[in-house]
Write a protein that binds this ligand. Structure first.
Ligand code: AMP
Ligand code: ZN
Length: 469
């Protein structure tokens, strides 16, 4: 398999330290608010990568952090703590906010068929480990104390500037946001490992450390959580492209300084979901969440389909029109699968292996998911027997996770539109429009009317399902 490697800037042959085993790490969410569907684009593509590695025969150990402390509004160590901001916004404690949004994140992931990583570690659960590694970095001469904080000394490295030359746009939320010079730093690029004093409002959560009462920086979290759970040699590190610099650069700096050897040879970065105003973010424009999609009547898996239709290394433009197109294509696809007759005989001598080969070639070429979807359509068009078609769809969907077989089954069980009385069909249309406009009171009223005509309406992960009561 060839995978683009941000470290070498080339499509490299995918290799692991131990044959047949992948140690994989993913930067997790900062749980101060809901994830937006842009954040989730990154997690969808990482999920496909993990599942494809499994399909290709690897045993994958995937680790992820939950950032519940230490991530400031700028990725470059300035600004308020994001968690504290979230707590103030909602008049709750930081830990209440962390619990609520961690649960919300995994609930969104479930709706998008994103598998939970094998190990998930909240940063607040690893404070002793951060202190241990920071102490070792000080002992080795890579870190210093200044003004009450502990900084990593980037001048001690032969090579610090990994990943710092991506385009300005890609790194938009990196150090460039609200940069303010920190007079304590010996070098401009030094970064905080442990804070005891911040110019900004004080943290709610603080821990005793050899350097005083304080809290960890954001970057050290990922290094420590990975080194502890993936071991000293990581195979594959993932994140959104805005994490590349300074976050991943700093992760490499401190991990390699601590370990005394190379850490991770393969870096996978997902490019952004954009809106017309640029990179999608929580503070700019409409706050696009999975719940909002559901309220508007979309199946969250239509968003997954939308993401898989384009390459992860290209920016993807979100608009309601683009999502509508993806949702329509997704419905058509499931409808076609529902029409497959499992007992239909083969109509040609084509073998499942020919079609499987096309799918693998697409995925082996830097995870080309849109071409993999084309190979799925080719299965439907092929002369394979009905049973073979269904088996291949299920096999590919084990990787793509579009819920295709389940969606087709639901469709088969539901009466076809033409079987619905005209009055029910009309009310359903009205209800759909009401949901799109977020008029849920009207939508409920229409559901009751439909019920009085003898039909139940249920919102499922596969969309609206109507059945005879
Ligand atoms: P955060 O919760 O801010 O720490 O971000 C979680 C993940 O989402 C990180 O891997 C980010 O790089 C990624 N991310 C942030 N914004 C976007 C976006 N607009 N499109 C895709 N990924 C994003
Ligand atoms: Zn990270």
């Amino acid at each position: 398999m060839k995978l683009y490697n941000s470290l070498t800037r080339e499509k490299d042959e995918f290799l692991t330290h131990t044959p047949g085993r992948v140690e994989m790490y993913t930067c997790g969410p900062t749980v101060y608010h809901f994830a937006h569907i842009g954040n989730l684009r990154s997690y969808i593509m990482e999920d496909v990568l993990e599942k494809y590695l499994g399909y290709a025969g690897y045993k994958v150990n995937r680790v992820m952090n939950i950032t519940d402390v230490g991530h400031l509004t700028s990725d470059g160590d300035t600004g308020d703590d994001k968690m504290l901001k979230g707590a103030k916004r909602e008049h709750k404690t930081v830990m209440e906010i962390a619990k609520f949004y961690t649960d919300a994140f995994f609930s969104d992931c479930e709706k998008l068929n994103i598998k939970k990583p094998d190990t998930v570690v909240p940063a607040t659960g690893y404070i002793d480990e951060f202190i241990r590694v920071i102490s070792a970095l000080i002992d080795k001469g890579y870190a210093y104390e200044a003004g009450g904080n502990i900084y990593f000394d980037t001048s001690k490295l032969k090579k610090y500037y990994v990943f710092n030359d991506f385009s300005e746009e890609d790194l938009a939320v990196g150090v460039r946001e609200g940069v303010e010079a920190d007079g304590n730093k010996k070098n401009k690029t030094d970064f905080v490992l442990w804070f005891t004093k911040s110019k900004f409002e004080d943290q709610e959560l603080k821990w005793q450390s050899p350097w005083g009462l304080g809290y960890p920086g954001w970057h050290i979290e990922c290094s420590c959580i990975s080194m502890k759970n993936n071991g000293e040699y990581l195979d594959l590190h993932c994140g959104g492209i805005d994490n590349a610099f300074p976050h991943h650069t700093n992760e490499i700096a401190q991990s390699e300084a601590y370990l005394g050897h190379d850490w991770c040879p393969q870096w996978f970065h997902v490019h952004h979901l954009n809106t017309e105003g640029g990179k999608m973010s929580k503070s700019k424009g409409e706050f696009l969440t999975v719940s909002l999609l559901e309220q508007k009547g979309y199946d969250p898996l239509a968003h997954r389909f939308f993401c898989l239709q384009s390459h992860y290394r290209k920016g993807l433009m979100f608009s309601w029109e683009n999502l509508d197109n993806a949702a329509a294509a997704y419905s058509k696809l499931t409808a076609r699968i529902a029409q497959i007759d499992a007992s239909a005989p083969a109509a040609s001598s084509q073998s499942p292996d020919d079609l499987r080969k096309a799918f693998k070639e697409a995925m082996d070429n830097d995870l080309n998911t849109s071409l993999a979807i084309t190979s799925l359509y080719d299965v439907l068009k092929s002369g394979l027997s009905g049973a073979d078609k269904l088996a291949l769809v299920a096999e590919f969907d084990g990787v793509l996770s579009l819920g295709l077989i389940a969606a087709a089954k639901k469709l088969k069980e539901a009466p076809a539109d033409e079987e619905l009385p005209a009055e029910v069909a009309e009310l359903l249309e009205q209800r759909k429009a009401a949901r799109k406009e977020k008029n849920f009171a009207l939508a409920d009223e229409l559901r009751d009317k439909i019920a009085r005509l003898g039909y139940t309406v249920e919102e499922t992960r596969q969309g609206t399902v109507v059945k005879k009561a």
